[in-house]
Ligand binder design. Sequence first.
Ligand code: OAD
Length: 256
Amino acid sequence: MHFDPALLKGLRGARQVAILTGAGISAESGIPTFRDKLTGLWERYDPSELATPSAFERDSALVWGWYEWRRMMVLRAQPNAAHRAIATLSELVPQLTLVTQNVDDLHERAGSRGVLHLHGELARAYCETCRNVYRLPDGVPELPAAGKRIQPPQCASCGGRVRPGVVWFGEGLPELAWHAAVTVSCGCDAFIVVGTSAVVQPAASLVHKAAAAGALTIQVNPDITGIEDSVSFSLRGSAGDILPALVLQTWRSRTV
Ligand code: OAD
């Protein structure tokens, strides 16, 4: 795989690197993206209609069942070469900040630390009433049947209803993670966007902030996205192919 020499030179000079990932980075681990058509009985549902507070009010068992299905899928999945390349990169650049829209923990399981989760985490369900974190059973249970309704559990402290630990459409982002993401986007030398359709705000605005602040901006995606014209370089292909090659050719070759 050959990269533009100007891209490699720009990356090698970067002291602060920020990476924003989306569902596409976990696609090669077998986790469906949001724009993928859902399969089986979930085919009838649109993810953007399940991921709302009103959907949970209307049919909490349907929404909880959908998130449990995603959570089980993640528990059974393994990080892929793209997750691992990012974890390796944190040892090769002076400062790396990883921001993700993903609610899975595949970055952490690949070895990344201090990941900023803009849309929450599947593993951190909490009580709607007292907001205590609810300890979900670990282990790798059976994947529930697609379309299966599952009643959300009750909070052990107050008996309130437990909800998924994710950010739904119409809800605010976790403040600390968002502020940290904005700060790093405005202060980095290179900003790499991986596997996101970049249509969901405010996460998608980070690349524009980075570009406006003068960072080198790079996108990794097999498809054309809405930020095509805003990035310095668009690398067309899967994250699992491109990121390991990019890390090897940019940074590894310098260290050996
Ligand atoms: P999307 O499902 O919108 O987009 C996934 C992107 O990944 C697409 O642009 C694909 O082309 C790309 N892709 C697919 N396979 C890939 C691969 N192997 N390597 C690299 N890229 C690949 O997912 P997000 O952009 O993450 O929010 O979606 C953003 C937010 O919208 C999600 O966090 C979620 C969703 O609705 C909430 O739930 C609040």
